[in-house]
Design a binder for this molecule. Structure first.
Ligand SMILES: C[S@@+](CC[C@H](N)C(=O)[O-])C[C@H]1O[C@@H](n2cnc3c(N)ncnc32)[C@H](O)[C@@H]1O
Length: 219
């Protein structure tokens, strides 16, 4: 079953700013640089990616399965169109969007490949998909700090600030379970996207740029 973000919606933005010391906003802005046209933001949550896309002139549609998260997005970025919809069954025609984005969302899909295939399906051939995800760092010097931070400090912050230790214990656990780097690149290539990975902040955040292959072409 999908994790229920309704329960943490109210404190979601505050926790993000605290946990990443504000870097999450910069990561989103950097990731969507260069995108234009009609963009679908999947798992849009409270709308921070929608804001970044709208700031550079994109026409944005945001979808999410959490009503509470969507309610905040609608207040924060009212210029976009929003729908309560599951990434694994998107209510759009094939090739509807110039670009598709998803920040910190795919890690929460129940059926990862189903969601990613749907995102590729609604993207125009040759269009770009941008996926931002959290990951464990590769550097062995950074790892002990990262482990302490995610296993102890984040759950503590979650209980103090959001009153929800369980949600912020789920977060680091879901990061460890999720395929990162080359493993994720391979999944996207198999599904039909030419994929490049960029590591941000020692690799604790990864930005994947995926170009949908044209039909009938192998490269
Ligand atoms: C960690 S939040 C990310 C929100 C936002 N994209 C951001 O940048 O802050 C994950 C979001 O994914 C949504 N989500 C999880 N599974 C989903 C699915 N199958 N379809 C649509 N949204 C989903 C959750 O409701 C939640 O709002």
């Amino acid at each position: 079953m999908a994790y229920d973000f309704d329960t943490i919606a109210t404190n979601y933005d505050r926790m993000n700013r605290l946990m990443t010391l504000g870097l999450d906003r910069r990561w989103r802005k950097r990731a969507v640089r260069g995108l234009h046209g009609n963009v679908l933001d999947v798992a849009c949550g409270t709308g921070d990616m929608v804001v970044s896309l709208a700031e550079q002139g994109c026409t944005v549609t945001g979808v999410d399965i959490s009503e509470e998260m969507l309610a905040i997005a609608k207040r924060k970025a009212p210029q976009a169109t929003y729908m309560l919809a599951d990434a694994e069954q998107l209510p759009f025609e094939d090739s509807s969007f110039d670009a598709v984005t998803c920040a910190f969302g795919v890690r929460n899909f129940v059926h990862l490949e189903q969601g990613l295939s749907e995102m590729l399906r609604v993207l125009k051939p040759g269009g770009t998909m941008v996926i931002l995800e959290l990951a464990t760092p590769d550097n062995i010097l950074i790892k002990p700090f990262y482990n302490f931070y995610t296993k102890h400090l984040i759950p503590w912050l979650g209980s103090r600030i959001a009153g929800n230790r369980a949600a912020y214990t789920y977060l680091p656990e879901s990061i460890v379970r999720f395929p990162k780097g080359e493993a994720f690149v391979q999944i996207m290539e198999k599904l039909g996207g030419r994929t490049t990975e960029r590591k941000l902040f020692f690799g604790v955040c990864r930005s994947y740029k995926i170009v949908k292959k044209q039909r009938g072409r192998s490269t």
